[in-house]
Design a protein. Structure first.
Length: 316
């Protein structure tokens, strides 16, 4: 298979050559472009060598004149430079019309609660931006952020290592999820001490599992775990069928019903436990692209935490 030819000239060389047409002599061009005449002449010679054609005639007596090949090359060069300028404008959002890709990571347990609104609303506002989504746990999303495989991730703001910046999207806290006919479901709130002897269906995912254990440990309690489930919908389905209770973080757009259509009772904990937030995060040494920044702004606007807009480093 024939290899593609390597481009042997730079955009700067194209800019210099295109500018020649605006000047009667090489010395005039050099003066305007802040080059020495010899340096400009050498740059044009190198370009001609790369192209394999003489592009201009440089004679002191007759000034500067493009050859027919040079005229053709100048037209194509102007097109390339214009395309490059347009590309930079699109990617930077300078035209007000963002275009290009953005890759978003989302924590699995609340993905179903936030991604539909984002994937429905954001493309309507920015139709030129292509959003790709990766759903996973902190253990999967954080390395992808650090390696640059993700532009931005929406995760729980807990047990995060140093080295990330964040912007809070909404506040959240741990809640009890109960069968609707459970005696504790008749209360307005539930104390963790009341749940110790009840069968706990653990949502088994980082950092949720550690967070649940910590909530009990801080009260000097140990839960009675009867099952570990890797998906929130499985946890909810088992709870709705009366096989136990669970502890899950509050989420937006979350109906109190299982996948099978059975109702659930969701009650706040008293005293409150594991109060934290859902946040957009990215590596502190990365700068958010205009597309990622627009997506984060949209998430904050959509989920109603506009008062928490300050970007700040995570505590180390």
């Amino acid at each position: 298979m024939k290899e593609a030819a390597l481009v042997k000239f730079t955009f700067r060389q194209l800019e210099l050559f295109v500018a020649l047409a605006d000047f009667p002599t090489l010395s005039d061009a050099a003066l305007s472009l802040h080059f020495s005449e010899s340096a400009l002449s050498q740059a044009i010679t190198r370009l001609e060598s790369s192209v394999g054609e003489q592009l201009c005639i440089r004679r002191k007596s007759r000034g500067l004149q493009l050859t027919p090949a040079g005229e053709h090359f100048a037209v194509r060069a102007r097109g390339l430079l214009k395309d490059a300028e347009d590309l930079l404008s699109e990617m930077s959002g300078a035209t007000g019309d963002l275009k290009g890709p953005v890759k978003l990571g989302c924590f699995a347990s609340f993905a179903a609660s936030v991604l539909p609104a984002i994937l429905d609303g954001f493309p309507k506002r920015y139709p030129g931006v292509q959003v790709e989504v990766v759903v996973g746990t902190h253990d999967e999303l954080l390395p992808a952020l650090e390696s640059g495989r993700l532009d931005l991730a929406i995760v729980y703001d807990m047990e995060l290592p140093p080295g990330f910046q964040r912007r809070i999207i909404y506040e959240t806290e741990l809640q009890a999820v109960l069968p609707v006919d459970h005696p504790l479901a008749q209360q307005e709130s539930v104390d963790l001490a009341e749940l110790v002897t009840e069968p706990l269906i653990m949502y088994d995912s980082s950092p949720s599992t550690a967070n649940t254990h910590r909530a009990f440990a801080e009260r000097g309690l140990r839960p009675t775990i009867v099952a570990h489930m890797p998906q929130v919908i499985l946890v909810q389905a088992l709870v709705a069928r009366g096989l136990g209770y669970s502890l899950l973080m509050s989420r937006p757009n979350c109906a109190p019903v299982s996948l099978e259509g059975f109702p659930l009772a969701i009650r706040p904990l008293s005293p409150p436990s594991s109060q934290t937030s859902m946040a957009g995060i990215w590596p502190e040494h990365f700068r958010l692209s205009p597309r990622a920044r627009a997506l984060l702004n949209f998430a904050v606007e959509t989920f109603g935490a506009a008062e928490h807009v300050a970007t700040q480093p995570l505590p180390g």
